[in-house]
Ligand binder design. Structure first.
Ligand SMILES: [Zn+2]
Length: 416
């Protein structure tokens, strides 16, 4: 009987498509909204007030520093920097309407495309002002996380967030089966502000490690959706659904999520009291990576209003990266070494810091130089390491090296 139930359950998942995968944002925020209704009402009023008299920035563009906190239990979940960069590119394409798949929209819907003009930039300074890659890595003994009480955002089980008036915190971890991500709406506590996404959803493609049930949710769209929530966008069926209000006129009243399908329809009708046409292919629905391709115009207007009224500090505290050039010609050799490393720099004036990190981001060696070259020995175990060159607190160069005792290169000085 037990087995039959399991088989029926599996069939249900298959028939229902992706009904078992969901965003936990509504469930996560509901207790806070119930506890402090006045606070959330005020945020909504502020948005509506702003919208009555919006002040538009001259260039209309925004930059938001982000930090990815990778909290991993299995080594596979400790995603490589390159996957994070791929994810960041997805964000920047989609928040600037540079994606080609908007061709999926029929004529009428083309008129409702919205462009946020937000650039997300990996943080270059950590909260103490030290250079950072904008990616933190933390091992946890927690096998899978829930949204309940935010364990991933706590140092005891995950990683404490960085100040939310300077960074958008993005936690990447193994969420329990079926939970793709969750975000905190404006109005929650500062320490837990940000978004959490399942590690399987991160990047720009379906990877060898992606479970097949996650295929429709891969390609980085989950983070686009969750950042939409962080900007106070609701699901199109409203916070409490079905047929709730998301304050977006063009999405229509909607019974509930539209799940991925091969057809990618763009004309569906709700069964709400007055049946309305549903705008299916936007990021705040559940239609999956192959069908969702835009924010709508009024989603953009609302998201900007939310930033301008609630996230002023984050916008004002932004520190642009200093522009340092010339270091692209830095030479590190050998890159496959017993331990000795020589670095040659282009001409420069001043002090350079050399920091060596292991693959889980721990600083394992640090030195400084004022000469155009440096020669040093790393006494570390076999493995891959990252060498960062820091000038004026900014990383100007990075190279990966492999230390292996079997390497014919980079022997100890004494043995040379
Ligand atoms: Zn959601």
């Amino acid at each position: 009987m037990g087995r039959l139930l399991i088989i029926l359950f599996i069939c249900f998942i298959n028939i229902n498509g992706f009904g078992q995968l969901k965003c936990g944002t509504d469930e996560y925020n509901r207790p806070f909204i119930r506890q402090y209704p006045e606070k959330y009402d005020k945020i909504e009023k502020d948005i509506q007030n702003y919208l009555r008299n919006p002040k538009v920035k001259s260039d209309g563009t925004y930059v938001i520093p982000v930090v990815f906190h990778i909290v991993y239990n299995h080594w596979k979940e400790n995603l490589n920097d390159s996957v994070i960069i791929q994810q960041l590119n997805v964000l920047n394409d989609r928040f600037n309407l540079r994606n080609a798949d908007t061709i999926l929209l029929t004529d009428t819907l083309q008129n409702w495309k919205g462009n946020f003009k937000i650039t997300f930039e990996l943080a270059h300074l950590d909260p103490d002002g030290y250079p950072t890659t904008g990616i933190t890595r933390t091992y946890t003994n927690v096998g899978e996380f829930s949204y309940w009480s935010n364990p991933v955002k706590k140092a005891s089980q995950g990683k404490a967030g960085w100040p939310n008036d300077r960074y958008l915190n993005i936690w990447v971890c193994d969420l329990y089966d079926g939970l793709m991500g969750y975000a905190q709406f404006p109005g929650g506590e500062d320490w837990s502000d940000g978004v959490v996404i399942d590690w399987q959803s991160v990047g720009d493609r379906v990877y060898p490690w992606t479970y097949s049930i996650y295929d429709k949710w891969a390609k980085g769209h989950v983070l686009v959706h969750e950042i939409g929530h962080w900007l106070n966008l609701k699901h199109p069926w409203g916070n409490y659904g079905p047929c709730g209000d998301d304050h977006i006129p063009e999405t229509g009243l909607q019974d509930g999520p539209i799940y991925p399908s091969a057809e990618c329809p763009d004309t569906l009708f709700s069964t709400c009291d007055t049946p309305e046409r549903i705008f299916v292919k936007h990021y705040m629905d559940y239609v999956g990576a192959d069908c969702m391709c835009t924010f709508t115009k009024n989603q953009v207007v609302r998201g900007i209003a939310s930033m301008e009224t609630y996230r002023q500090d984050l916008l004002n505290n932004y520190v642009p990266k200093p522009n340092v050039t010339g270091f692209e010609n830095t030479m590190v050799r050998p890159t496959y070494t017993k331990g000795r490393v020589v670095i040659e720099f282009p001409k420069y004036e001043g002090k350079l810091e050399i920091m060596v990190f292991d693959m889980i981001g721990r600083l394992v060696y640090k030195t400084t130089t004022t000469h155009p070259f440096i020669d040093f020995k790393l006494n570390m175990g076999n493995g891959s390491y990252l060498i960062d060159i820091i000038k004026d607190e900014r990383r100007v160069f990075q190279e990966k090296i492999i230390i292996n005792s079997a390497s014919p290169y980079g022997a100890n000085f004494l043995n040379n």
